[in-house]
Design a protein around this ligand. Structure first.
Ligand code: CP3
Length: 350
């Protein structure tokens, strides 16, 4: 096995998911779902009832258990390690909490260049050993042919959380810092990117076969701002992932940014449901693989609708090698599990 991909057995290399990442034909369209281990699943809620979300992330045995349970229950073609994009901000000196169901809260957001100066360089990625341990345990417990995806937040989405202190509607604090003090902005993005590079490669060393960058909130930017303030940083992270490890690059609200995301890099570009898959694929180019893009809310309709929507997306992909089926964003907490299983089945029917 090549040194860069220490855990890539032949069986994993030839799995439908890994073949699709390389745009090679696969026996059926591989599918996995963002947030496939989560609150919509009773098994997850049971584990979660015993501890907080952060405690669960920091308990490798249980993080591995919820990862594997979701894959086995759904019959999907890849696992994604149970963790969160925000775990990496703790070693930067940011105080992170999750307020019961309301999403992340940051107690000391960065607002000024003095705050940026106080961010800690993540020299020693070992402070996130619980993630790497969860990856090792998951790799051991997963079926040998099922790839495991590691992930991180992309620099912009992480910066927006660090600055806003949580989710945001208009990203006023983020854009104010970006426009008023581009030096501080770029310094912060560079610090985040250095940490992410170490983090992703450590996930690969621990046993991940592919990695995904979630740029969930990048759609709030104009194309010019994306190019100036974001693209170089995302590009530096993606280009520093160990060669031979597929990188999936996903964002939402990105209809105006797809060509630029492609330029930033990735072997697979993820789309949300606001674009038509055939048109979006044409725009990023057929020399890259794509992922998507069912509206997560369509899973609340009846099974006939779910099946019809899945077929529509498969038709847009038209059997071209290099399509990984996914939702256009994460599964929502109230989603009926039976519909999720029906979706997986429909996609596998081809
Ligand atoms: O996909 C998976 O199954 C792996 C696990 C995973 C989680 N978060 C678990 C989680 C992944 C890949 C993430 C990524 C993540 N985290 C993103 C990017 C993807 C996206 O949806 O855009 C973002 C923006 C976050 C930040 C975050 N974490 C938010 C906004 C929230 C609250 C919203 C919510 O759904 O509760 C979280 C919490 C979180 N992350 C939960 C899970 C299962 C729910 C926590 C709980 O159990 O209460």
């Amino acid at each position: 096995m090549p040194e860069n991909t220490p855990h890539l057995t032949d069986e994993l290399r030839e799995s439908p998911f890994m073949r699709a990442c390389r745009r090679q034909p696969a026996p059926y369209t591989p599918i996995w779902l963002m947030r496939q281990a989560g609150r919509y699943m009773p098994e997850y809620r049971e584990v979660r009832s015993r501890m907080s979300f952060l405690e669960l992330c920091k308990t490798p045995d249980l993080a591995a258990e919820v990862t594997v349970t979701a894959v086995e229950r759904l019959g999907v073609d890849a696992a994604i390690i149970f963790a969160d994009i925000l775990l990496i901000i703790e070693p930067m000196g940011i105080e992170l909490g999750f307020a019961g169901g309301d999403g992340p809260v940051i107690h000391n957001p960065v607002r000024s260049s003095a705050d940026v100066d106080r961010l800690r360089e993540v020299d020693d990625i070992a402070s996130l050993n619980f993630v790497f341990e969860a990856i090792r345990k998951t790799r051991q417990a997963l079926a040998p042919g099922l790839p495991l995806i590691g992930f991180c937040g992309a620099p912009f989405t992480l910066a927006s959380y660090i600055i806003e202190g949580g989710g945001s509607k208009n990203y006023i604090n983020t854009k104010r810092l970006m426009y008023n003090d581009s030096g501080a902005w770029h310094a912060m993005m560079a610090l985040i990117s250095r940490a992410l590079t170490k983090y992703l490669n450590a996930q690969v060393d621990a046993g991940a076969q592919a990695v995904q960058l979630f740029d969930s909130w990048v759609g709030c930017l104009s194309p010019d701002d994306y190019r100036e303030y974001v693209l170089p940083h995302t590009q530096s992270v993606i280009s520093s992932v160990a060669p031979g490890v597929p990188v999936l690059h996903f964002g939402t609200g990105t209809a105006a940014l797809l060509e630029l995301m492609r330029e930033a890099g990735g072997d697979v570009i993820g789309f949300d449901w606001r674009v038509r898959l055939d048109q979006a694929w044409e725009r990023v180019g057929h020399d890259v693989a794509v992922m998507g893009n069912l509206d997560p809310v369509s899973l609340f309709a009846n099974v006939e609708h779910v099946r019809a929507e899945a077929k529509k997306i498969l038709d847009y992909a038209a059997g071209r090698p290099g399509h990984i089926f996914n939702l256009g964003h994460g599964i929502l907490p109230e989603t009926p599990v039976a519909n999720v299983m029906a979706l997986v089945e429909r996609v596998h029917e081809g």
